[in-house]
Design a protein around this ligand. Structure first.
Ligand code: SF4
Ligand code: SF4
Length: 498
């Protein structure tokens, strides 16, 4: 069934379409560079040293942080360095990485999973295998899959997100066409873990081949495959839940708050690999596209191989290139193609460098308001963000902005609105933290003042009470003395009268 659309969002045709979507298996790289810092959590500590021989799939670094996943060797060979290396991050900073030189053998270490009889495995064992296999969200978020699946209660629907996050990316389309059996079985594993009654695989309506492949392998009544309109950003979790189920996730809430678990389709296949096929996550499918390559394509490539390893297979031209990881809208600029492919590298854009149009004043045309898929008022938010009035921007639900850049895309004045919003959110976080620290300091000071004042008051009351007691005692003593004197006077008088 083709679902209803949602207000806002934009239709952007694939800027570099291909005739047939395929997956090319990239050759084993001679060397891989694996960062110790993952997207979320603590940096992992190496459990190998320079000179050690490692097997494909062997754990080479881990951390005690339960939120994190271990890091596996993606090829067999020798550890040749543990040092700083450029990573694909917008900061351009280097990070500690383990470098392995290939022995060309690709010898695997044995891994434990549930095997094909996975329905007899309990949920917590499955989640342990998912964590031990290093699985994180492959749609670009990099959130550890086990953390999303732990402690789930009252989940009625599992949504498998088969929509490409952005125009130009083709890796999930290719994955559904080439691995439909693994995707369907992965959905069955997830249904078993979440206890949901049903699962919906969402596929965009321009991906007929992917839909046909999945339909061919889906023989489970609890799983349906549904088409949704091809419109950016229909893959955003909140919008997907709204389009498929008609449920609004409240502001600041998550899908699980309304009984829904969402997983990306590539993550689902990786979960199948881990639980049923006993294989850790050591490779992924990456799209290489952009104006700087002649043959955009998808490559199945080992993690840690350089961008260059697959970009060279797409016939890049000789121009100077701007490299972007993760999509034309929400991706991040990367300095060079020497960076290593990591778990969240779903796409590499290789673009000829072009002069960007200059930013003009806002002409209040309101086009940004119409484009926003989450019903915000970007024009209004822009004024507040620009004047650093973050409290007011928060009143206009700045926190709900998913930084999709639909507003930027339609803005005739070329204002980088999403950048303003990202900055305003960071500023608000900082101001709130500073305010929190100021409040705590003020409370401490006020409490100290109160304590001193209370001590002084209590001391004064105690002194006054003591003084009063003494006064009473003295008055008592005097009365006693007077009584004795009167008695003695009486005795004396009696003696005289005798
Ligand atoms: S689209 Fe651009 S110019 Fe138009 S109202 Fe929004 S910010 Fe202003
Ligand atoms: S970047 Fe934020 S404000 Fe702009 S369209 Fe996307 S969600 Fe709306």
């Amino acid at each position: 069934m083709l679902r209803q659309s949602f207000s806002g969002g934009i239709v952007i045709p694939n800027p570099h379409p291909v005739e047939t979507v395929e997956i090319i298996s990239a050759p084993l790289p001679n060397k891989v560079v694996l960062p110790l810092q993952q997207r979320i959590g603590d940096e992992a500590s190496p459990c190998v040293k320079v000179g050690d021989k490692v097997l494909t799939g062997q754990v080479i670094a881990k951390t005690e942080d339960h939120f994190c996943v271990p890091i596996h060797a993606s090829i067999s060979g020798k550890v040749v360095a543990i040092d700083e290396h450029a990573i694909p991050h917008k900061s351009g900073l280097k990070s500690r990485c383990i470098t392995i030189e290939s022995d060309g053998k690709d010898q695997w270490v044995e891994h434990k999973g549930c095997g094909t009889d996975f329905l007899h495995c309990d949920q917590s064992t499955m989640i342990e295998y998912i964590q031990a296999s290093g699985i994180v969200g492959l749609g670009g978020a990099g959130f550890p899959a086990h953390a999303k699946l732990e402690g789930i209660q009252d989940c009625h629907t599992l949504i498998i997100n088969g929509t490409e996050c952005e125009p130009g990316i083709m890796c999930d389309d290719a994955l559904m066409q080439y691995y439909p059996r693994e995707v369907i079985r992965g959905v069955e594993v997830l249904l078993h873990i979440c206890g949901a009654q049903r699962a919906i695989i969402a596929v965009e309506d321009d991906k007929q081949e992917a839909l046909n492949s999945l339909l061919m392998y889906c023989h489970n009544d609890r799983i349906s495959i549904e088409q949704i309109p091809t419109k950016y950003t229909s893959g955003a979790e909140k919008l997907l839940v709204k389009v498929l189920l008609g449920i609004e996730i409240p502001s600041g809430g998550f899908a699980i708050d309304v009984g829904v678990v969402c997983q990306n389709v590539a993550t689902t296949k990786a979960i199948f690999d881990a639980v049923v096929d006993n294989k850790p996550l050591i490779s992924r499918i990456v799209t290489v596209t952009g104006s700087g390559v002649e043959s955009p394509n998808n490559y199945e490539v080992r993690l840690g191989a350089s961008f260059e390893h697959i970009v060279s297979m797409s016939n890049p031209n000789t121009n100077q290139h701007a490299i972007r990881m993760g999509g034309m809208m929400m991706g991040v600029d990367v300095e060079s193609t020497h960076a290593p492919i990591c778990k969240i590298t779903n796409c590499i854009f290789v673009n000829n460098i072009e002069v960007k149009p200059s930013t003009q004043e806002c002409i209040r045309c309101g086009q940004c308001n119409q484009a926003c898929p989450v019903d915000l008022l970007p024009q209004q938010l822009y004024w507040y963000a620009k004047s650093e009035n973050t409290d007011k921007a928060m009143d206009y639900n700045l926190a709900d902005c998913i930084e999709c850049r639909c507003c930027d895309y339609v803005c005739p004045s070329h204002i980088p609105l999403a950048e303003y919003f990202s900055f305003a959110k960071a500023l608000h976080r900082k101001t709130t933290e500073d305010q929190y620290r100021t409040d705590i300091a003020r409370e401490r000071f006020e409490f100290r003042e109160y304590r001193l004042e209370r001590n002084n008051r209590e001391r004064a009351e105690m002194m006054a009470a003591k003084k009063e007691e003494l006064k009473k005692k003295m008055a008592n003593d005097k009365a006693q003395k007077d009584k004795i004197a009167a008695a003695m006077a009486r005795v004396k008088k009696a003696k005289k009268s005798k």
